[in-house]
Design a protein around this ligand. Structure first.
Ligand code: DP6
Length: 319
């Protein structure tokens, strides 16, 4: 009993920041994201009766940090009377640095566990199981432009537009490759409990979702960029006003924002977004991507730049 699956990270344009149900890890609001094509995580799940407990290998090294979450996620798919498993995870991008690595990991994990144990869950069930492990992971089940909607006691994910219908590019500027100081899950609880802006953030989310949906439907990059940058900066304002403050940016993050502003002033259609980490993601047309990549690579403090198209959702691989 073994299976392997691959999933790509997704980048939220209208962000998830805050939970309405901690025990079931349900988000306070809906969100909209892009699923990437060229960055990926592969998860192999091998059931092994000889093992006494689950083992997790991340890029070849045994890891105990994520083991409890990984085991709990597999229990959700296959039940807790399942045999122990060996899980092998490989990513082709830096993990735990605000690049949505947990989204790709848990999306791939639920698909691999479902295939290994032949549990035959529906895509909707798999999205909810991935979302239980990490809210943003539900979105990586699908490709292209994805909306996550809140439903009573669960979430629902839907593709708003497939990647081929609006093949944008995402340029990721890596300003610091290390793991983030506070996990997003912990940080959003700090924001919910302490930020004076949190309630307004939640209240305004449906307006931002509507605006982004309309921009995607009409493939209007300028309109999408305006609402995505606003939503991103609003989320970071909620974080900055939390106690203790949550400041994920460094000076290079700010320099990258200025680079995007300069590109915009010069007529390039590009916009930025930043998650719970110091990396900046610039979204642009395929034609603009080389200029955006060069400008971000030349920005002070940027270590590495990755470019990705938009891709499909999670799926199994031949073992
Ligand atoms: C800033 O999905 O990592 O990237 O559900 O606690 O695992 P947990 O949180 P997670 O949070 C993602 C936060 C974000 C915004 C987003 O992806 O929507």
């Amino acid at each position: 009993m073994q299976a392997q699956a691959r999933a790509q990270p997704n980048i939220a344009l209208i962000k998830y920041w805050g939970k309405r149900d901690l025990a079931r890890n349900l988000p306070a609001t809906g969100s909209i994201s892009l699923t990437l094509a060229d960055l990926f995580t592969e998860m192999r799940v091998i059931a092994d009766d000889a093992l006494r407990e689950d083992v997790l290998l991340v890029n070849g090294d045994e890891s105990r940090t994520m083991l409890a979450r990984v085991s709990a996620c597999i229990d959700q798919v296959a039940g807790d009377r399942r045999p122990a498993v060996r899980v092998e995870s490989h990513s082709n991008f830096p993990i735990a640095a605000g690049l949505a690595s947990s989204a790709a990991a848990f999306a791939a994990l639920v698909v691999a566990a479902d295939a290994a144990f032949e549990t035959r869950k529906t895509p909707h069930q798999l999205a909810n199981l991935a979302g239980r492990a990490s809210g943003s992971a539900a979105r990586s089940l699908l490709g292209g432009f994805v909306e996550l909607r809140n439903r009573p006691d669960e979430v629902e994910v839907a593709t708003l537009l497939p990647a081929v219908d609006w093949p944008l590019q995402v340029v990721v500027a890596i300003t610091a490759p290390g793991p983030k100081p506070v996990s997003s899950g912990d940080a959003m609880e700090i924001s919910r409990k302490t930020s004076p802006f949190y309630d307004r953030w939640v209240e305004q989310q449906s307006a931002d979702l509507g605006e982004a949906r309309a921009a995607i439907e009409t493939r209007d990059l300028r309109r999408l960029g305006a609402v995505a940058e606003h939503n991103c900066l609003k989320m970071h304002s909620v974080m900055w006003a939390s106690r203790p403050p949550l400041t994920y940016w460094n000076s290079a993050t700010v320099a990258c924002m200025q680079t995007v502003r300069d590109l915009q002033a010069g007529g390039t259609e590009v916009f930025f977004t930043i998650d719970a980490g110091p990396q900046l993601k610039a979204v642009c047309s395929a034609a603009a991507a080389p200029a955006v990549r060069d400008a971000l690579a030349a920005t002070a403090g940027v270590g590495d730049v990755m470019v990705s198209g938009l891709g499909g959702g999670a799926g199994t691989l031949a073992t």
